[in-house]
Ligand binder design. Structure first.
Ligand SMILES: N[C@@H](CCC(=O)N[C@@H](CS)C(=O)NCC(=O)O)C(=O)O
Length: 217
């Protein structure tokens, strides 16, 4: 049997989302660690925006983590990663978007990008003052919202692990790879939640590989 291929290097929260979804569904895959820059014209045919991840399943190709996971949910319905109730389904998509569109530009681009990617790949010294400002000003409202939403629950939506948890917790790995952690005194629910989600075997195994690549954590 030909295995599907996931394109995109570790370190990307969006690649990580798909790795976790594939793991949760027990789908074996080949991994082609395409970097997020300098891609070939060939790669751009399957990822026209030039981003990672992309995915190949036989002669079918797809780009975008949310699109790929939605496809996997149809090809491998069990275990379901999306709630069936319409409102819970929509809430789960909302939290996925909160991760992709809300947390990623801050925890990913402004913190991990500044402290890890810039110095390592672009010979750009880290601007610690910019990171401090981001952590003091932009991070707290993002974490306050999650602290309130989690409020003693194990998972964000539907009392079980869903795409909401994949989308949100994936972004916290970059925060940790940049040497940061959630202040458990200020955000106790969020800190425990991130530990809980990262403790799942699917998250654990990708995080171990990423720590080996980037250090930190
Ligand atoms: N919405 C996309 C976002 C993917 C994304 O932004 N990937 C980054 C790496 S973390 C990338 O490829 N950046 C390169 C670029 O924007 O050209 C998804 O969910 O897959």
């Amino acid at each position: 049997m030909i295995m599907p291929t996931l394109y995109g290097t570790f370190g990307s929260p969006f690649v990580r989302k798909v790795v976790v979804a594939l793991g949760e569904k027990g789908v074996a895959f080949d991994h082609d660690p395409v970097p997020p820059f300098g891609q070939t014209a060939e790669y751009r045919k399957i990822s026209p925006l030039g981003k990672i991840p992309a995915f190949r399943d036989g002669d079918r190709t797809l780009a975008d983590s949310s699109v790929i996971i939605a496809y996997l949910e149809r090809t491998h319905p069990e275990p379901a990663l999306y709630p069936s109730d319409p409102y819970e389904f929509a809430r789960a998509l909302w939290f996925e978007e909160y991760g992709d569109g809300g947390l990623s530009p801050i925890l990913g681009a402004k913190i991990f990008g500044q402290r890890v990617i810039g110095p390592r790949f672009f010979n750009r010294p880290c601007d610690e003052e910019a990171i401090r400002k981001t952590i003091d000003e932009e991070v707290p409202p993002l974490f306050d919202y999650l602290e309130n939403e989690i409020s003693n629950q194990q998972w964000l939506v539907a009392d079980r692990f869903t795409i909401a948890d994949i989308g949100v917790a994936a972004q916290f790995v970059n925060f940790q790879l940049a040497g940061c952690s959630v202040d458990a005194k200020r955000w106790p629910q969020l800190a425990a939640y991130v530990d809980r989600v990262h403790g799942r075997p699917t998250f654990k195994s990708v995080i171990e590989k990423e720590k080996a690549m980037f250090g930190g954590g």
